[in-house]
Ligand binder design. Structure first.
Ligand code: SF4
Length: 353
């Protein structure tokens, strides 16, 4: 390790304090047994003595950043920036309880979202473009990120939901360990656009409890067309990463209130003119994962950012496009579709489709 890297890691990695853990009640799906048996994955990793080394290894990656499939190779610790434009320190737009996420994440007190600035994918129709494309937000040390996590826990949030985390993975690991030592005990949710390197997802094994990836495109030509500096390999990278996520955490496990503790939840946004490849998406899930995998087929596509410049996506989706997506999902044998999507489908059907 050269001196600059050592110094950077030393500054970043302060630790200490007692580990506080609390159990959760049994789940009603496949929950762990015992009133106090559940603990977050990252607490177990610390108990095994493996977390600190994982943080160091991850931080080393910032010197030649290949955290995502863009593989820019820039030294972010020396102030260089790659495609995502993210510096070596976290830039976060906001942290707050969020009630618009999937119900198992929201519960009664909200999902503790931390919206990170910048993005390694940058879709032309991004709804969060001021944050993701323009990088609006404030720089935060890893200590500050840990404090945000603890604030969300104090507010009663059921999880820490890292939104667009890919380019800050080392910081997240470091901040999580700090927060653990200061009393964090709720699950971590890795809420990603899906453009991931499977090697990096493997580094999250034993840290992340809940994965919430998008699978946005099934055809590389569409991914190429609708992302800045085309991510033509998006389908392959996302699919192999999702399979790894499932290997790590399995299907969704909830407590007896229906609140997520662990597992994989996949999102897929239906787009106009079948751009997202929804039929191929549901068939891929059916062929590669259990039919009981939690899948949210989302209808909230809007013409945002630069979407109006692209004729095929310059309109919202129709009721027919949403209904055919839900029908394909059922035909494929997907049994665990998001309840709000099912309710929305039923409303449309009652109104005559
Ligand atoms: S995280 Fe950013 S700098 Fe690193 S490889 Fe991806 S786009 Fe490039």
């Amino acid at each position: 390790m050269n001196p600059s890297r050592r110094d950077f890691i030393r500054k970043a990695c302060l630790s200490g304090g007692a580990i506080l853990l609390a159990g959760c009640k049994n789940g009603n799906v496949t929950a762990p047994a015992g009133e106090n048996s559940w603990q977050p994955a990252y607490a177990k990793l610390e108990d095994e003595g493996a977390f600190e080394a994982r943080v160091e290894e991850a931080y080393g990656l910032l010197e030649h950043c290949e955290l995502c499939p863009r593989r820019c190779g820039v030294d972010r610790t020396a102030g260089k920036r790659g495609f995502c434009r993210a510096p070596a320190s976290v830039v976060a737009h906001s942290h707050q309880p969020h009630f618009g996420e999937e119900l198992p994440l929201v519960g009664r007190r909200g999902s503790g979202t931390i919206f990170f600035s910048h993005c390694n994918l940058r879709c032309v129709f991004c709804q969060n473009w001021p944050i993701a494309h323009e990088g609006r937000g404030r720089t935060a040390s890893d200590n500050r990120l840990a404090s945000m996590m603890l604030e969300l826990q104090r507010m009663g949030c059921h999880n820490i939901n890292f939104v667009t985390p890919t380019h800050y993975m080392p910081n997240i690991l470091n901040a999580t360990r700090k927060a653990l030592h200061r009393g964090l005990r709720i699950p971590l949710c890795y809420n990603t656009g899906g453009y991931e390197r499977v090697e990096m997802i493997r580094m999250l094994d034993g840290v992340v409890d809940i994965y919430l990836p998008d699978l946005k495109y099934m055809d590389g030509r569409e991914a190429d067309r609708y992302t800045v500096r085309g991510a033509f390999d998006y389908p392959e990278r996302a699919q192999e990463s999702i399979k790894e996520m499932h290997r790590q955490v399995g299907e969704l496990v909830t407590d007896d209130r229906g609140i997520a503790l662990r597992g994989l939840m996949i999102r897929h946004l239906v787009m106009p003119n079948r751009i997202a490849g929804t039929r191929a998406f549901v068939e891929w899930v059916a062929e590669n994962l259990p039919g009981t995998t939690y899948v949210n087929i989302m209808s909230q596509y809007r013409v945002e950012h630069r979407a109006f410049e692209y004729p095929r996506i310059a309109r919202g989706i129709t009721v027919g496009e949403f209904l055919e997506a839900m029908e394909w999902a059922e035909e494929a044998g997907l049994e665990n579709l998001d309840k709000r999507s099912l309710a929305q489908r039923d409303v449309f059907l009652r109104r005559g489709g």
